[in-house]
Structure formats: structure tokens, C-alpha cells
Design a protein around this ligand. Structure first.
Ligand SMILES: Cc1cc2nc3c(=O)[nH]c(=O)nc-3n(C[C@H](O)[C@H](O)[C@H](O)COP(=O)(O)O)c2cc1C
Length: 254
């Protein structure tokens, strides 16, 4: 069986992972909950967003447990790859993985705390993605090797930013529109959000995924108290599927 290990906060990478599952079959596993070592899978396909030209914390932390395994990586990004494919390759090799290929698929940008991407542009990008994903799947099914060429990466910038991601939630505030549904508490992959004295409280282990910011049903979470109202979630993904593991398309493991 193939193992499709994914991380996602706004559905882009889950969309790719689900498309891979439809075409190649296999098991979808949400990386924050995955405790295996990959030995149960024939092909392992890691699907992850690019964060600051590198990898999210949970994906980076997964790598050592897959030591010795053959893996493919599919990265989704919002428009600035800047060598992230090569850096992901290097991190995976440093963790002892046998990387067969790294692919990048441009999707809608979700790091939109301080700027907005126009709707029409997001639509164009999302319309172009399926053809690219199809080519990636054909390449993986054909057992092609796709190692990114050696190139300049932004390792230092990535590692500096990563060291500061935990501070992002310090600039989150919650408006009176909050209905205390605690969705943010449940979806946070690092357990960083809780309710304290009747108020949403952000602790110090934010991984900057922005899931809470984008998926609050009331848009009640603000960054630096900006009144921006645009939020993003991939339009063709069911939000409830994010975080789930599925053996067969649409059938939950648990
Ligand atoms: C903390 C953070 C950093 C990001 N850094 C980059 C980046 O360096 N380059 C880029 O093109 N997109 C970047 N993005 C955008 C995401 O990679 C992109 O929107 C991705 O498809 C989101 O995937 P998801 O919907 O599965 O979470 C970043 C997003 C976040 C939250």
C-alpha cells in the first residue's frame, strides 16, 4: 500500500494528497498524528506546504522517523519557491531518507496576514494546478527520479524564520465576534490554543500554520489587530477532512 503523509492548514496540500490517493490508491495520514516509521508502505509520498522557503515544523520533525525509506515529496507553495524543493531534499537526505523525487505545485498563497491575493488570481492558479498534479502523479507512477538540481537555497533565512514562528500567535487577538466554538482549539496542530477564563488563549508553541486565522467561522482572529477580512481555504476540499486519516478515498480510519 502507498502511504500519503500530508500536512496542510488551508487545504491546498490536502487537495494534492487526495488527488494522489484517487489516482494511486493508498492511505492518507495526517502528519501531526502519524507515529509510524513508514515500514508499512510501498511508496511514501510526503505532501507539504512550503514555509519560509523550507518545511513546516511537523514535516521537518517527521523526517528522522523515515530514515532509510524511499520517499517522494510534493510541495505546495504560494509563488516563491526560492529553492525550497532543493532545501527539502537536503533536509530529507540529512535525515537519512532515500529521496526519489521532489515536486512543487503552485497553489493559492495562504500567508496573507499582511497582504491579499486577488480572488481572480487565486482562481487562475487553482485552475492550473490539476494538470501539474497529473504530471507529478504520472512521474511518480513511472518511478522517475526527480532530484532537484543543486542550487542556492534560503536555508539561513528559513531557519531564522522558523526559530521565530512561535512568536506569530503573540500578535493574534480575538474580537468580540468569537462565539467560543473552540474550533481553533481543536484544529491547532501544536495544541497551542486553549480557553482561559472564558477567553481564547494562545501559548508559545505556534507553528505559524495560520489554520486558526483562516478557518475561524467568525473571522474573529486578527493579526496585529488589522481589520483584514480575506481568509482562504481550498474551495474543492471538505474542511472536515483536514486532519483525518483515510484508507480508501472518503473512508475514515478512525
Ligand atoms: C508560515 C508560512 C510560510 C510560507 N512561506 C512560503 C514561501 O516561502 N513561499 C511560498 O511560495 N509560499 C509560502 N507560504 C504559502 C504556502 O506554502 C501555500 O499557500 C501552501 O499551498 C499552503 O498549503 P496548505 O493549504 O496545504 O496549508 C507560506 C505559508 C505559511 C503559513
Amino acid at each position: 500500500m502507498n502511504g500519503i503523509l500530508y500536512f496542510s492548514s488551508t487545504g491546498n496540500s490536502l487537495y494534492v494528497a487526495q488527488t494522489v490517493q484517487k489516482n494511486m490508491t493508498g492511505e492518507l495520514r495526517y502528519i501531526p498524528g502519524y507515529k509510524g516509521n513508514g515500514s508499512e508502505y510501498e511508496k511514501i509520498i510526503i505532501v507539504s506546504p512550503v514555509y519560509s522557503y523550507g518545511l513546516p515544523v511537523h514535516v521537518f520533525d517527521l523526517l528522522p522517523s523515515l530514515r532509510g525509506r524511499d520517499v517522494y515529496m510534493i510541495l505546495t507553495y504560494g509563488g516563491m519557491l526560492a529553492g525550497a524543493d532543493r532545501l527539502a531534499y537536503e533536509y530529507a537526505c540529512e535525515s537519512g531518507l532515500n529521496v526519489k523525487g521532489v515536486y512543487a505545485v503552485k497553489m493559492a498563497e495562504n500567508f496573507t496576514l499582511t497582504f491579499s491575493t486577488p480572488d481572480f488570481y487565486n482562481k487562475l492558479v487553482l485552475r492550473a494546478a490539476p494538470a501539474k498534479i497529473e504530471r507529478v502523479i504520472a512521474s511518480i507512477c513511472g518511478n522517475e527520479e526527480r532530484i532537484p538540481k543543486e542550487k542556492k537555497t534560503k536555508r539561513l533565512e528559513h531557519e531564522t524564520n522558523k526559530a521565530n514562528w512561535h512568536l506569530i500567535a503573540k500578535d493574534f487577538s480575538v474580537t468580540d465576534d468569537c462565539i467560543q466554538c473552540e474550533k481553533c482549539v481543536k484544529l491547532c496542530p501544536s495544541g497551542n490554543i486553549s480557553v482561559k477564563e472564558g477567553k481564547i488563549h494562545f501559548a508559545e508553541s505556534c507553528v505559524a500554520c495560520l489554520g486558526c486565522y483562516h478557518r475561524c467561522p467568525q473571522k474573529a482572529i486578527r493579526y496585529k489587530n488589522r481589520k483584514k477580512m480575506d481568509r482562504y481555504f481550498h474551495p474543492d476540499v471538505k474542511e472536515n477532512d483536514l486532519g483525518k486519516d483515510t484508507f480508501v478515498e472518503g473512508v475514515e480510519n478512525r
